[in-house]
Write a protein that binds this ligand. Structure first.
Ligand SMILES: Cc1cc2nc3c(=O)[nH]c(=O)nc-3n(C[C@H](O)[C@H](O)[C@H](O)COP(=O)(O)OP(=O)(O)OC[C@H]3O[C@@H](n4cnc5c(N)ncnc54)[C@H](O)[C@@H]3O)c2cc1C
Length: 389
């Protein structure tokens, strides 16, 4: 993607020319390449790998990656806009795009050395390769710092043993950034991050989850059995992996907030349209105040979620600390998405409960947003720690 004009000044939330161009491009692409297949991918849990390869050619797989590494070289405003527009169409595609960009790719971009960046970023940003990021384990999700996957030093190598679960692109990912324990349990500096390519001996994928929603986004287990990784594959220094991950999640949460806004907008727009078309008691149901007020609440909450999300994005672009702001955006936007998707099903009535209308899918997809990249309870922990400091 080519940079058209400067982004708007800080804290003005009008769309820039770049954002308008990206939104239109995503809408056109989505109508052509995603809309016709949404329900088939959802029902069969198909992860459409080729779609992501194509999204790479549009710049959507390396939105934040500088052009010198093959990316689009944009900032968070454009990134948020792209995820919102994509997630309005299909939340699972939005989730996969967010995980690829914010987690795997961004971890290498921010903590990789020049050689690692030159080797991996062009492949990831072009969509030729799909990235995964493994922090969560079966017994340690919110408490990820207590992980048990180990990386034991052996000369110039580390030997990894253990498993990661719920990993987006756990099977189809060509490369994964994996956090493993290199020090004592309980030491936040006792974990390190490694870049591990698919096909490395001892690195396999396990169970693919059968999920409530986000079904076109692949979620699977990563398994390490005496997996030998050269020390040159470590990101940053030994012991920095967990602290790096927390920083990566600060940015990642902005993308989950954007995902939430997109799902909420999609559900709201479908419900708004339906409310004008559906007649009961000889009038459109939108004429009933009970329905109109629901729509008013939905529109207001979406606006608030958007403001929090773009605000966190602007701060991140400016290089400011966003730990609290990204948690607030993620918390509010994700809870709002669930709430709005629920109301959308209600406005559709019985039809909202069927797969012939889009409301039920927004409802199922939205729920992931309050769980992935830290549950709502964990966001409250982050926010309360920041305000009670
Ligand atoms: C579709 C999907 C995709 C995912 N993708 C990835 C990925 O790509 N990479 C990755 O590493 N992980 C990924 N995850 C994992 C995700 O980040 C975790 O599921 C999430 O962090 C929660 O962990 P858990 O599932 O183990 O729940 P738990 O941590 O067991 O939490 C269970 C409940 O306890 C609550 N709880 C826990 N601790 C506290 C506390 N201190 N105070 C109050 N309440 C608390 C939680 O909020 C939750 O309600 C994904 C998950 C899903 C479902």
């Amino acid at each position: 993607m080519e940079m058209l004009v400067e982004r708007p000044s800080a804290l003005s939330f009008d769309s820039s020319e770049n954002q308008k161009m990206i939104a239109q491009m995503v809408r056109d692409f989505g109508s052509r390449e995603i809309k016709p297949f949404i329900m088939e991918w959802d029902e069969k849990q198909i992860f459409p790998v080729e779609l992501f390869n194509e999204m790479g050619s549009l710049g959507l797989m390396g939105v934040l990656v500088p052009e010198e590494y093959g990316g689009a070289g944009f900032g968070y405003e454009e990134y948020i806009t792209a995820i919102i527009e994509l997630s309005k169409i299909d939340g699972s595609i939005g989730l996969s795009m967010a995980a690829h960009n914010s987690l795997c790719t961004n971890h290498i971009l921010h903590f990789g050395n020049e050689e690692q960046k030159r080797k991996y970023l062009p492949k990831l940003a072009s969509g030729q390769w799909i990235g995964a990021w493994g922090l969560t384990e079966p017994n340690t999700g919110s408490d990820a710092g207590n992980m048990r996957t180990v990386a034991v030093k052996d000369g110039d190598y580390f030997i990894l043993n253990g498993a990661k679960n719920f990993i987006t692109h756990g099977k189809s990912g060509n490369v994964a950034v994996v956090i493993a324990r290199t020090g004592a349990v309980g030491d936040s500096h006792g974990m390190s991050a490694f870049i591990i390519e698919k096909g490395t001996p001892g690195f396999t994928s396990g169970k693919k989850e059968n999920k409530l929603g986000m079904r076109a986004s692949e979620t699977a287990e990563l398994i390490f059995t005496d997996c030998k990784i050269h020390k040159s594959q470590m990101l940053g220094k030994e012991g920095e992996g967990f602290i790096q991950s927390l920083k990566i999640l600060d940015g990642g949460r902005i993308s989950i907030a954007a995902l939430s806004v997109g799902i909420a907008e999609g559900a709201y727009e479908a419900a708004l349209q339906y409310s004008k078309e559906r007649h009961q008691f000889n009038q459109a149901i939108s004429k009933f105040q009970g329905i109109a007020f629901k729509l008013a609440d939905m529109a207001t909450k979406i606006e608030a979620a958007k403001l929090l999300t773009y605000r966190a994005g602007e701060l991140k672009n400016a290089g400011k600390e966003v730990n609290k702001e990204s948690a607030m955006a993620k918390l509010y936007a994700s809870e709002t998405a669930v709430d709005i998707a629920n109301e959308a099903v209600q406005i559709f009535g019985g039809y909202g409960y069927t797969k012939d209308f889009p409301a039920e899918k927004y409802y199922r997809d939205a729920k992931l947003c309050t769980i992935g990249e830290g549950t709502s309870e964990i966001q409250k922990l982050v926010i309360s720690r920041a305000i009670l400091k």
